[in-house]
Structures are given as C-alpha cells and as structure tokens.
Design a protein around this ligand. Structure first.
Ligand SMILES: [Zn+2]
Length: 265
C-alpha cells in the first residue's frame, strides 16, 4: 500500500455532525467539513433532527479496499464515504475523544490508552445544552462509558455485540433518543487475537455490518416522520504484527487510514 495518509483528521467528525444538526459548537472545536455537511443536509432536506453513529472498532480502510463485499450492508444505507486519518496514537480512547470533542490529542489531553472522564466540552454536552436526548449503547467496558461518564447521557453497557445491537434496536423502537452512539468491537478483538485478515476477523466485520443494517432498517421503520443522519464510523485500523496477531499503535496507513460512511433517512 502506498505510504500516504488520508486528508481529514478525525477531529472534524464532531463538527460534521453538529453542522448537520445545526448545533452550535464552542470555538475551540475543529470545524466540520463544509462540503460534506452541505451534501448531507441537501439530502436530508434541511437539518438532521437526530443522528445514529455506529462505531465499529478498528476497521481500517485497507479492510474495505480488500474485502469491499463485506461492507455491502453499510453501502446499502449510506451515500457518502469520507476517508479520515486517525489520531496518534491510533487507539480507541484517543480517537473517540477527538471525534467527540473536535480537539487534537494534545488539546483534549488523552494521548495514549488511558480513559479518564473528559472534563472539556464534548459533543454530548453541546447536544444536552440544546435540549437533545443523548444515548450511548456500547459493549462492556467500552471507552465511551469511561470518557463520557458523569453526564446526562442514557448509557447501556452490553455484554456482547449481539446484545449491543439488540439494545440499540430497543432504543430506536421506543424512539427515545436524538443522538445515539453505538460502539461494537468484535472485529478489534478478533483481529488482535487472530490477525486483521483472519477468517474470524472478516466474519466479525460482516457481523458488525449486518448490525448496522438492522439498526438503520429499524430507524427507518420507527422514524415517526423525523429525519436522521446515520454513520458507520471506525476509530482506527489494525495491522498484522506476526502471523495470527494484530495490533494498532503506529503512524502507518493500516493503523491510521479509515473510512466513514454517511447516510440520511
Ligand atoms: Zn484494539
């Protein structure tokens, strides 16, 4: 793979979501990507009334390039793919902190695998300020449950990714959310244990993509006439360390380059 990196830093993610929902963000946040928000808002026919953000952990762009067919359930519901460059270090708490604060690791202070409660403004805080209902549905011990704790967010901790998807489906059916973040990491676990391109790992990507399909299908069914922005948004990639073992820590394309897929309902 050519040794180059995607243009947009993950810190622009919060701005894209906020711009689509017309939620003002504090000045320290990195701006969204104007042309992206414009395309999405044109498709929405105005601002997004809510957002469903699905975070499949550690799915690197190279997996999409090599095994594109596994992502068919994601492509089915999305219309805009945006390549992002992950954070340094490319690990979950650093990346998710940047995605939900609009800040670089130096600015939000999480530069390695530590998971303190973030004290700075997060996208959740700004949504809550705007009177919106925020919900996190995540697998057990997810970084989301640490970084964004202590806020008025309805949080569900689920044992498996299967439970995570089932719980998200319940939240959608009960129509009790405006910003819904979902974090699954079966692929990350399988790729660490077996290698990023092992059969188990590819199965996990397929399973997580099917989870996305179920969630978006439910959101369409139980939308109650409200539109929504949806995204499939990994945090970083993963590379082969030795046969049967994967990891992510370095400034290399496999760890840094990811693609987010946006869609509208
Ligand atoms: Zn990992």
């Amino acid at each position: 793979m050519a040794d180059h990196f995607n243009k947009y830093h993950l810190k622009h993610f919060a701005g894209i979501i906020a711009d689509c929902m017309e939620i003002p963000l504090p000045g320290e946040y990195a701006p969204g990507v104007k042309w992206v928000s414009k395309i999405l808002k044109d498709r929405l026919g105005g601002k997004a009334e809510r957002a469903i953000l699905y975070h499949a952990d550690a799915v690197g762009m190279h997996m999409w390039q090599k095994y594109t067919d596994l992502f068919a359930p994601v492509h089915k519901h999305t219309s805009l793919a945006l390549p992002f460059c992950s954070t340094l270090e490319p690990v979950t708490p650093v990346a998710h902190a940047s995605m939900y604060t609009g800040l670089t690791p130096e600015e939000h202070g999480i530069k390695t695998y530590v998971r303190p409660r973030l004290l700075c403004s997060t996208l959740y805080d700004e949504m809550i300020k705007a009177g919106l209902r925020t919900v996190i549905v995540a697998q057990e011990d997810s970084s989301f449950l640490h970084l964004f704790s202590g806020r008025d967010i309805k949080s569900y901790e689920c044992v498996t990714s299967f439970d995570t998807v089932s719980t998200a489906l319940k939240v959608i059916e009960e129509d009790d959310y405006d910003l819904l973040s979902i974090h699954v990491f079966d692929y990350d676990t399988a790729a660490h244990n077996c290698g990023p391109e092992a059969k188990e790992s590819k199965n996990a990507i397929a399973f997580e993509a099917e989870g996305f399909d179920k969630i978006v299908t439910a959101a369409k069914k139980y939308g109650n006439g409200r539109n929504a922005l949806i995204s499939y948004s990994p945090d970083h990639g993963q590379h082969l360390v030795e046969p049967g073992k994967g990891d992510h820590l370095f400034e290399i394309p496999e760890d840094m380059n990811i693609v987010h897929f946006f869609g509208t309902i």
